[in-house]
Design a protein around this ligand. Structure first.
Ligand SMILES: *[C@@H]1O[C@H](CO)[C@@H](O)[C@H](O)[C@H]1NC(C)=O
Ligand SMILES: *[C@@H]1O[C@H](CO)[C@@H](O)[C@H](O)[C@H]1NC(C)=O
Length: 612
């Protein structure tokens, strides 16, 4: 016996395909057109999200507050007194219920209260999936009240409705991604929302430098008698250049450092360059400090750590959090900036631009700015959530292998280093960066196009965001240096590179109709052999290590370092540190070591360049 349901649209979001089909089969009054539905059933728990889903489907509504309904004279309630009885009855109401015309509604025997406003505007309601499943279980159409997520008056379809329809060309249903990105329940947030916690869980298990760390045994933590017990400051902390000291992963003050990093991110968003710099320096110092801090005085005496940082430490030690971060997280403007900043292809400057245009969420960017943002940013929005998901080491290694294999198929002799946080030993990464080079100089010229085409044909690359061939175009000659960058902070070298979106094309076609593998951000950097050591160093990071390396070259050596080579600041000429009497380096690691040696720096394994 079919239950007397209203016309129902089942929202596919967060219901797996099989279950979705199964559920659809249980609904006698199912519609595939949300515009026909009286009730939208959704596997959601939040009304904001529910309303968003309606918008995404092109159904614009004005919210109706449920509590206001019974007393609001503008609303006519239909069938309210009868609903319990009707609920247990079957009838042929499903035909008439599909009409949204107000006249029809007055005669509709729908068992769920059907409501219209006094002007006859139809109301649509979104209810939790449990309403449907529980009703089915009990063979009764339950009142929706306690399952209601949202209700609103339907508005006429607008321009926007058409523009956000799923199958529009140039707009590959980006709001779908936005919708997922806007999930605000912590349990559903991507792992990357907690990248550091995630990292630590895994990295704690690695023995790393733990055993090397001198242990400081303190019997007391009271501050006045600590002065004499403070551990010695390691000599290497007296340098102001973090490239001159070991900064291992997982330092003993990691937990505090994470809070400082959060401050730094917010300072970045606030365009506080001096603050960013100061926090970066303090973070780098603490990353290299081998003892767990036990006293305010212990931080204050560290080079690069001011009394301010010491005060932050004290606050964190006492409260477990920093008020500055709590305030920032609750700040509407900063939250919006952070959302935009997390779009791949959007830096802090663009995030502020978006904000200043009045945009407040990704949907605004799509609705009002889609045509004006770059293609890279469009892709960044399309894959907003996927790009925030961390990439495990194993997958990064597999991606590297595939790239190298294609490279060598095109031209034998390629060598590759997977750089970035992977090389620094992290258990997971935000994207994959690889540096490829070949001792045969002819092999690297205009190679980036070839390898991209090969990987596109093999369906690994789904989108090529940027293809830069500047290095090849000028004959792979290291560019003479022409003064400070016009755009400070871009930090972009002139190497040939392809910034692509990657997806493993292998999947079980019997289980999925569509490739379920996550999209990943991959950078393929091609360096001519003669400067490949610089490319490897420049792309290995960490950020403050790189900053200090450039500063060291400038201040101490009057050189200009970037990933495409080293120049002399006196005459702008290229300085070759990678060849010796026997010629060029035999491999990329040797090339890297020669650059360190040539700069008068001790070579450090990348796992000790974790400067934060
Ligand atoms: C509904 O969503 C939750 C969490 O997002 C999920 O665990 C559950 O399996 C979903 N229900 C169905 C029927 O797919
Ligand atoms: C590179 O190409 C140039 C010009 O085509 C050629 O003269 C040279 O021999 C090539 N070098 C190698 C190592 O193949």
């Amino acid at each position: 016996m079919a239950l007397d349901f209203p016309v129902i649209y089942l929202l596919p979001t967060f219901i797996d395909t099989d279950r979705f089909l199964e559920l659809q089969g249980t609904i006698p009054t199912l519609t595939h057109d949300v515009n026909e539905a009286d009730v939208v059933v959704a596997n959601l728990s939040q009304s904001g999200r529910a309303r968003f889903e309606l918008r995404r489907l092109g159904l614009n509504t004005d919210p109706l507050v449920p509590a206001a309904l019974s007393s609001d004279p503008g609303i006519i309630e239909l069938d309210a007194p009868q609903r319990a009885r009707r609920g247990s009855m079957s009838s042929d109401s499903s035909d008439t219920a599909s009409e949204v015309d107000a006249d029809e509604l007055t005669t509709s025997p729908a068992s769920v209260r059907r409501i219209i406003t006094d002007r006859g505007e139809p109301v649509v309601r979104i209810v939790k999936l449990a309403w449907l499943t529980t009703s089915l279980e009990r063979h009764v159409v339950l009142p929706v009240d306690e399952y209601l997520l949202y209700q609103g008056i339907r508005k006429e379809a607008s321009e926007k409705t058409q523009r956000t329809e799923p199958n529009k060309p140039n707009l590959p249903n980006p709001s779908d991604i936005v919708a997922r990105a806007q999930l605000d329940t912590p349990g559903q947030a991507p792992k990357s929302a907690f990248p550091h916690g995630y990292k630590r869980q895994h990295e704690r298990t690695s023995p790393s430098s733990q055993s090397k760390r001198p242990r400081l045994l303190l019997e007391t933590t009271s501050e006045h008698d600590i002065g004499t017990q403070l551990p010695p400051i390691p000599d290497y902390l007296h340098t102001t250049y973090s490239c001159q000291r070991p900064s291992p992963a997982d330092p003993p003050n990691d937990a505090f450092i994470e809070h400082l990093k959060t401050i730094r991110t917010f300072r970045t968003l606030k365009n506080d360059k001096i603050g960013v710099r100061a926090y970066s320096t303090a973070i780098a110092t603490l990353c290299a400090y081998p003892y767990p801090v036990t006293a305010v005085a212990e931080i204050e005496r560290l080079p690069g750590c001011s009394a301010k940082i010491a005060a932050k430490w004290k606050e964190w030690k006492e409260n477990g959090f920093l008020q500055e971060n709590v305030d920032a997280e609750n700040d509407d403007k900063l939250s919006v900036l952070k959302l935009f900043y997390n779009i791949w292809g959007v830096g802090e400057t663009t995030a502020r631009e978006f904000y200043n245009k009045g945009w407040r969420d990704l949907d605004d960017v799509i609705e009002y700015g889609w045509e004006t943002i770059t293609r890279v940013q469009q892709i960044g929005i399309k894959y907003y959530e996927e790009f925030l998901v961390r990439i495990p080491r194993q997958e990064t290694a597999a991606i590297g292998d595939t790239i190298l294999e294609h490279a060598n198929r095109i031209h034998a002799g390629f060598q590759m280093v997977i750089v970035g946080s992977y090389r620094r030993g992290r258990q997971d990464s935000g994207d994959v960066d690889v540096v490829l080079s070949n001792p045969d100089e002819n092999a690297t010229a205009h190679f980036v196009e070839k390898v991209v085409v090969s990987l596109e044909n093999a369906k690994f690359i789904t989108h090529t965001l940027t293809l830069s061939t500047r290095n090849s175009e000028r004959g792979q000659c290291p560019l003479p240096w022409k003064g400070e960058d016009r755009k400070p902070g871009t930090g972009f070298d002139t190497l040939d590179k392809a910034l692509v979106v990657w997806q493993d094309p292998e999947f079980d076609h019997s289980k999925h109709s569509k490739n379920p593998n996550p999209h990943r951000r991959v950078d393929i950097i091609i360096s001519p052999w003669k400067t490949a050591g610089c490319a490897v160093i420049g792309w290995s990071g960490g950020t403050t290590f790189e900053r200090d390396l450039r500063r060291y070259c400038k201040k101490e050596k009057r050189l200009k370092f970037d990933s495409s080579g080293i120049r002399n600041r006196r005459d702008g000429g290229w300085v070759d540190l990678e060849s010796d009497l026997d010629g060029q380096a035999p491999d990329l690691l040797t090339a890297e070591k020669r650059v360190f040696a040539g700069l008068g720096l001790e070579w450090r394994p990348p796992e000790e360049r974790v400067t934060g």
